[in-house]
Design a protein around this ligand. Sequence first.
Ligand SMILES: Cc1ncc(C[n+]2csc(CCOP(=O)(O)OP(=O)(O)O)c2C)c(N)n1
Ligand SMILES: [Mg+2]
Length: 377
Amino acid sequence: MTISMGNTRSQDGAETADLTATMLPSAEPVQLVDADGAHRHDDRYPLPDGEALLEAYARLVTGRRINDQANALVRQGRMAVYPSSHGQEACQVAAAAVLGGQDWLFPTYRDSVAVVSRGVDPLQVLTLLRGDWHAGYNPYEHKVAPQATPLATQLLHAVGVAHAAKLKGEDTVVLAMCGDGATSEGDFHEALNFAAVFHVPVVFFVQNNEYAISVPLKNQTVAPSLAHKAIGYGMPGERVDGNDLAALLAVLGTAVARAREGGGPALVEAHTYRMQAHTNADDATRYRAQEDVEKWVPRDPLLRMRTYLRGLSLLDDAAEERIAADAEAVAARMREGLNAETELDPMDLFRYVYTQPTPQLREQAEMLRGELSRTEA
Ligand SMILES: Cc1ncc(C[n+]2csc(CCOP(=O)(O)OP(=O)(O)O)c2C)c(N)n1
Ligand SMILES: [Mg+2]
């Protein structure tokens, strides 16, 4: 049977068996550098070269520094909230690194480090979490969609952009990020089905950090893995060690290259862990044991990449100092920018929301304008 838009579904038994074999994820998450920093050979995924790993490692260090600095700024009352990607920095860096300038990234609230890795100014990124703007950066400038808080909604937008790019004949791949919890949303299923049927160049990147606020993965799904969900829609799924920067670059890079060559969508599940609370507004000790968190400490993505690079003499003391100084400069810029007092115009609430404001919003804007002029008087 042929489905419209050029995507073919076979009802022939032998062909179905072949497709099943190519679409099912690996039995174990792909790993190229283990927790001790040793290379693990994998015929399917060559190790990225040393230069690429060193550059990505520097971004990991900056990412960790951004997470730590943002947490401190929240405690100092300079930011409203910060969903940290501490422990997930390898996923964050790899998501940005595998994309070209013509590609689009669709991040969530937890993916600030990925957005910075894509080249967006951290101060522009953090205005959202400071509570100043819905998105502090221009999405078109860096081809980064606004960070989405309503779970999985961005996946449908991502598929729409990929579909449009395909119709226009553009060489664009879209990488859409979401968490394990978001895979239970209707929008997740609609996005995957739409992407597969229309055969669009999108890579769904699920960071499985084992929690959706207080809900553990076992209460979220009983599927063998989240990557196994892909075959149900007719696209390949792959599992990767989400704390292994090298494996993430290889697996995501392969999925992006495949999408660019017209191979259609894919789903990549990264197995990682949310090392800190959901946000500063959450007390994780109420629903998970500290021993469980500690098991993940030795699997830290920075530690293993550092050990690997030092083992090959690709990273020496001088390079470490330079990388740390660069990360510190980013943190200093965050402190300076976010500690500065800003004069916000409350009328901004109504600007840049709709091209044509609705009658209700116009009415509310007038009310606010009236109140402001009374308080100023
Ligand atoms: C549609 C929708 N429902 C509920 C929420 C409230 N909510 C915010 S974050 C979250 C958990 C999401 O977990 P996951 O997708 O695993 O992402 P993580 O926070 O672990 O990165 C929930 C339920 C929301 N933001 N959007
Ligand atoms: Mg999660």
